[in-house]
Design a protein around this ligand. Structure first.
Ligand SMILES: *Cc1c(COP(=O)(O)O)cnc(C)c1O
Length: 424
């Protein structure tokens, strides 16, 4: 047995499924998950000492690569001063000020410890602000694992949602309406009949949890116009896209000012930190100022804040996103060309430092499109790339991430490996 196999066996004794978050178990691709013991720059090493070029980056946060020296220095200095106080600290002001400076839609922001907390709290706040209960989400978008978000579409466009997880009460799911992504007509039809009952739309402004799906400009415009007209709150869930697709996130690319924004992943630089923020009149409804309760023992944790600050300061350097975007586009273009040369039905695209690869001739527009791509081919490709020392997300439904630490040689090696595999 390999070390990875032994560890996976041992893990399953006291950890359900051997993992602390389900996709890590390799359930959809099969095989043994790799247990990592070290990361540096663009590389990770598993328990058997095998090195991989990493395109997961802890699912997005590690935009500077693993163990970035400035982030480590900042974290270590903060840790020496104490791990947690449960009282305000000066660095929280620095991070809040920096976030509001970098993202014009943020007038105020609150720090939390996970993306799930950010979305869950933003939704409660939107409901408290509007005095309405209904929530609109889109099929294939993931917003964390809060009850009201683990909901799938019912039959028929205007029916209310069904729980997509055991343990979610039907009554909670009933207040979530699930519509197809990129479908303006469905959105208009819903607001025409239910608009005055809708508290909020929550959306992944570039979807990254059903592989990468780009929104159409018409879809983006319709969400903003309809929520404005009907007094609903537009929540951009930028937990994945925030400071990943560009310095002003997806909202900067779209030219849209959402009412509330959720951030996570990159904003914590690899530590448990997330945030939600937006219009001051809405944020003012939060306790202790207002009636909407929200709290956290470790919220604004000083060590996590230090990692976030160091990460944001690094990505603000002139040219950072141009270089990252160019590198990520080179990867997507290289993979597409390799597939074309091999005559394989395949496509790839990128937005900033995020990319999608699809075993279909064109990139998907909706969750239904994603579902028809060739999953068996992806799984074979995933394992062949893994054997070549390239670590992709272990699922056909996840986006990939490039970091500033990936060199042109890493990208070239990845494309060369893909060309060998697709050719075979
Ligand atoms: C990862 C993610 C979340 C959940 O964040 P956690 O930190 O895993 O709770 C929410 N929304 C989006 C868009 C995400 O990608």
């Amino acid at each position: 047995m390999t070390q990875n196999e032994q560890l996976f066996d041992a893990a399953q004794k006291h950890i359900p499924g051997g993992v602390n978050s389900p996709v890590r178990a390799f359930g959809s691709v099969g095989g043994t998950p790799r247990f990592f013991k070290k990361g540096e720059g663009a590389y990770v090493w598993d328990a058997d000492g095998q090195r991989y070029i990493d395109y997961v980056g802890s699912w997005g946060p590690l935009i500077l690569g693993h163990a970035h020296p400035q982030v480590l220095d900042s974290v270590i200095a903060a840790a020496r001063d104490g791990l947690s106080f449960g009282a305000p600290t000066q660095r929280e002001i620095e991070l809040a000020d920096l976030l509001c400076e970098m993202l014009p839609s943020l007038e105020q922001v609150r720090l939390v410890s996970s993306g799930t907390e950010a979305t869950m709290s933003a939704i409660r706040l939107a409901r408290g602000f509007t005095g309405r209960d209904k929530l609109v989400k889109f099929e294939g978008c993931y917003h964390g694992h809060a009850d009201s978000l683990l909901v799938k579409a019912g039959s028929g466009l205007l029916t209310f949602g069904n729980p997509s997880s055991a343990g979610v009460p039907a009554a909670v799911a009933a207040d979530t309406i699930v519509l197809p992504y990129n479908n303006v007509a469905a959105l208009e039809a819903l607001f025409a009949t239910e608009g005055d009952k809708i508290a909020a739309i929550i959306v992944e402004p570039v979807a990254g949890n059903m592989n990468l799906v780009r929104p159409s400009p018409a879809f983006v415009t319709a969400m903003r116009a309809l929520t404005e007209r009907h007094g609903a709150v537009l929540i951009y869930d930028e937990v994945m896209t925030g400071f990943r697709v560009g310095l002003q996130c997806a909202q900067g690319l779209h030219g849209i000012t959402p009412d509330l924004t959720c951030l996570g992943k990159v904003v914590g630089g690899g530590m448990p930190l997330a945030a939600f923020g937006g219009r001051a009149d809405i944020m003012g409804k939060l306790a202790p100022l207002g009636p909407v309760y929200q709290a956290g023992t470790l919220s604004g944790n000083p060590v996590a804040v230090a990692a976030g600050l160091a990460t944001l300061q690094a990505i603000r350097q002139p040219g950072f996103f141009d270089a990252l975007s160019a590198k990520t586009a080179a990867l997507a273009d290289g993979l597409s060309k390799a597939a074309r040369d091999a005559g394989v039905a395949f496509s790839a695209q990128s937005v900033g430092g995020m990319f999608g690869v699809y075993f279909s001739a064109t990139p998907p527009q909706t969750f239904a499109d994603v579902m028809v791509s060739d999953r068996a081919r992806f799984n074979a490709f995933f394992h062949a790339m893994l054997a070549e020392g390239i670590y992709l997300a272990p699922s056909a439904f996840e986006a990939g991430f490039v970091s500033a630490a990936h060199s042109d040689a890493d990208i070239a090696a990845t494309v060369a490996a893909a060309a060998r595999i697709l050719g075979a």
